[in-house]
Design a protein. Sequence first.
Length: 125
Amino acid sequence: MKGTDNFKKVIQKQLFIIAGKDELFAKSLLKENKNIDDCITYILNQVKESGCNGFADDEIFNMAIHYYDEENINIGKPISGQVVVNQTSSNSKKIPVQEKPLENKAKVVKMNQVNQISIFDIPGV
């Protein structure tokens, strides 16, 4: 599977950012036997194999980096499905989200006084 286009764009964007900061990874990214479609297939197979439904961005980006760094890696079979991305690529339109104003009202709680002796009330201590 090629993954959703937005998923692919977000992964590519992050890989190019990393390659801009890391010369060694930039060389890995340019390997002739590597491509973004196989990278996405590898990530989807890793996610499926894990059995988890959600991942942190860095976990997914690290899978992509691992795909490009390894010479001989089994990408697995193409998977059909829909990928949900929690970020947008620079080409996508952002959907405005209406935020609910937070109410920061302090709550005053009155405590009943209990006749309890403090350690500081005892003479000689």
